[in-house]
Design a protein around this ligand. Structure first.
Ligand code: SF4
Length: 110
């Protein structure tokens, strides 16, 4: 599998091949790329960054850790259901969203 490493702006072009029970990553310039390449073929995850409604507008939010890639839309939909009252930077907007052991954190505001 060929993919672009998204762990930093360099964007190394990775190739991940199966060898026995493991995967071998080439094209990476550092160990983060190796970890990303293996993770991407075994169980891809993504940080979710979006906005949440407040009583006066919107604030930026993000997940406290990556979530399974196939659950990203579910997470965005769940965040879309809430309206925050007077959110502050660093507040937990949603604890343990969808039982994924990940919180949604406010990243803008006062
Ligand atoms: S392999 Fe390392 S240097 Fe290359 S894009 Fe990934 S994190 Fe950046």
């Amino acid at each position: 599998m060929k993919l672009t490493c998204i762990m930093c702006p360099v964007g190394c072009q990775l190739e991940v091949t199966k060898q026995g029970n493991d995967y071998v990553v080439s094209g990476n310039s550092c160990v983060r790329g190796e970890r990303y390449g293996k993770q991407e073929v075994v169980s891809p995850t993504r940080m979710v960054t979006t906005v949440a409604k407040t009583q006066t507008g919107f604030v930026s939010v993000k997940t406290s850790a990556p979530v399974p890639k196939q659950r990203v839309q579910d997470v965005v939909d769940e965040i879309g259901k809430i309206t925050l009252a007077n959110p502050k930077h660093g507040d937990v907007a949603i604890k343990n969203i969808l039982g994924l052991n990940v919180d949604v954190i406010v990243t803008s505001g006062k």
